[in-house]
Design a protein around this ligand. Structure first.
Ligand SMILES: Cc1cc2nc3c(=O)[nH]c(=O)nc-3n(C[C@H](O)[C@H](O)[C@H](O)COP(=O)(O)OP(=O)(O)OC[C@H]3O[C@@H](n4cnc5c(N)ncnc54)[C@H](O)[C@@H]3O)c2cc1C
Length: 434
């Protein structure tokens, strides 16, 4: 199928039809709203971006649910966890459905629908499988969106169509075994040579690392300059000297392949510098806000999955002659789970709406949304295990997988402690400027 018609198909599948049904009269309220939104959209959206309506987001959610019901059944999710391997045929399916370029330009096959839409897809993927959701976000947010926001037109034309169609897999590598929370202390170096750079060093815990074709890699171009000496590079993993030393064996998110990557004199041509030389920390920090925001939808999906398991179980399971859900202590747990999910959802989507409609990215809210949702997801999955009793403790039911998957969100994309620090520092900055 020709690339153009594939893109049209992707958009037709994923992009809500209602988007094309907007009234064209300039006096209509919808039109007035979108004019305001257009004026306000941030530099973090494609040109001409219009924030999606509630109906469009609902329609998108239904389309993702149709996809997950068909492609990510409970059997697929359980097998992905047990086999400790991502189902690699999923990439092209996700690409064909149009989900891999939610925030990317339409001319590279993306949907240009913004961060609320990306959170919707991430939530529903993670509801079906935490692992597939995590790998999905590493590809579509950490890699695709970083390229979308920072790449030159030439780089976008070269890399985005493959990534958006799912023919190539993306990742982002900043963490190192000695530089996690303190990522600026990274040791991987990029030395200037004729026509490009030679990268040396290693990266740790890289989601999609074992499968990726393109990785956004951060390395020190001027080690003496600290945070002002880091540059982002687009690294083709076919380059000589690149290798994945090992796939990590994790407690959860087992179907999301995580790797330790080695760079041994990997040559990267000048044209594959992402953003400006020594400007990597800006790329990294700005990317982190939106990464935390989109990733906060992962724990939302896991909390919904916990309710999907616990609610019917509590109404079916009879003890002392009635469903356990008729017991007030059980009702209390279900009510807490539901309330935590809804509060987390409101925070994530409220923050994403502010980004899409007003172009405002508040660091403390991006960090706050994932801090809150991640901790609540661990609590909800523990409650889910408790409500299932013995069945919560065996692998026949998904409850233990949900807990193992949920815990990751208190660690990846910056730990809970670092998120609290980020929030505190953001306030310090505001008060210093007051
Ligand atoms: C499954 C998985 C997937 C990942 N995917 C990626 C990826 O795709 N790309 C990538 O680049 N990285 C990735 N990471 C790495 C992740 O971002 C780091 O693990 C995380 O930032 C924490 O770093 P660390 O593991 O070195 O912990 P450390 O920084 O060593 O922290 C250890 C503990 O000390 C605490 N701590 C550290 N400093 C402070 C402080 N100043 N104040 C208070 N407490 C502190 C931490 O909160 C934590 O509890 C992934 C990690 C995992 C587990």
């Amino acid at each position: 199928m020709a690339a153009a018609s594939l893109r049209t198909l992707s958009r037709a599948v994923a992009r809500p039809a209602i988007r094309q049904l907007r009234p064209s009269s300039s006096s209509s309220p919808v039109m007035l709203l979108s004019t305001v939104q257009k004026r306000c959209h941030s530099s973090k959206h494609p040109k001409g971006f219009e924030a999606p309506s509630t109906e469009e987001l609902e329609e998108l959610r239904e389309r993702v649910q149709e996809f997950t019901r068909r492609e990510i059944t409970e059997e697929v999710a359980a097998h992905t966890d047990r086999s400790n391997a991502f189902p690699n045929d999923m990439w092209e399916k996700l690409g064909e459905a149009g989900f891999l370029g939610i925030t990317a330009d339409e001319d590279v096959g993306g949907l240009g629908m913004g961060y609320q839409a990306h959170a919707v897809v991430m939530e529903e993927m993670s509801r079906a499988s935490g692992s597939i959701g995590l790998s999905y976000a590493a590809h579509s947010q950490l890699c695709v969106n970083q390229v979308q926001l920072n790449a030159s037109p030439g780089q976008k034309a070269k890399y985005l169509p493959g990534l958006v169609s799912g023919k190539t897999v993306g990742a982002l590598a900043m963490s190192e075994s000695g530089a996690g929370s303190d990522v600026v202390s990274m040791r991987t170096s990029a030395k200037k040579v004729d026509g490009g750079y030679l990268i040396n060093g290693s990266k740790m815990w890289i989601t999609n690392g074992p499968d990726a074709h393109l990785i956004v890699v951060y390395a020190k171009t001027e080690p003496g300059k600290g945070s002002k000496g880091i540059t982002a590079f687009l690294v083709d993993t076919r380059s000589e000297g690149f290798s994945c030393a090992r796939k990590l064996d994790k407690m959860g998110m087992r179907g999301s392949n995580t790797g330790e990557l080695m760079f041994d004199n990997v040559f990267v041509p000048e044209e594959d510098v992402l953003g400006s030389v020594n400007g990597g920390v800006r790329v990294l920090m700005e990317g982190l806000d939106l990464e935390r925001l989109v990733l906060s939808a992962g724990p939302l999906g896991i909390m919904q999955a916990a309710l999907d398991v616990a609610l019917p179980f509590a109404h079916r399971r009879q003890q002392f002659g009635s469903p356990i859900a008729h017991n007030q202590l059980v009702q209390g747990k279900l009510a807490d789970m539901y309330t935590k999910l809804q509060a987390s959802r409101a925070y994530t989507y409220g923050t994403a709406k502010q980004v899409d409609e007003q172009g405002i990215i508040r660091t403390q809210d991006c960090a706050g949304a994932i801090l809150y949702a991640a901790e609540r997801a661990t609590e909800c999955s523990l409650d889910c295990i408790q409500l299932l009793g013995g069945m919560g403790y065996v692998e026949e039911m998904p409850a233990s997988r949900l807990l193992r998957d949920a815990k990751l969100y208190e660690i990846g994309a910056g730990t809970s402690e670092i998120r609290r620090m980020v929030i505190g520092r953001a306030f310090n900055k505001e008060y210093a400027n007051a």
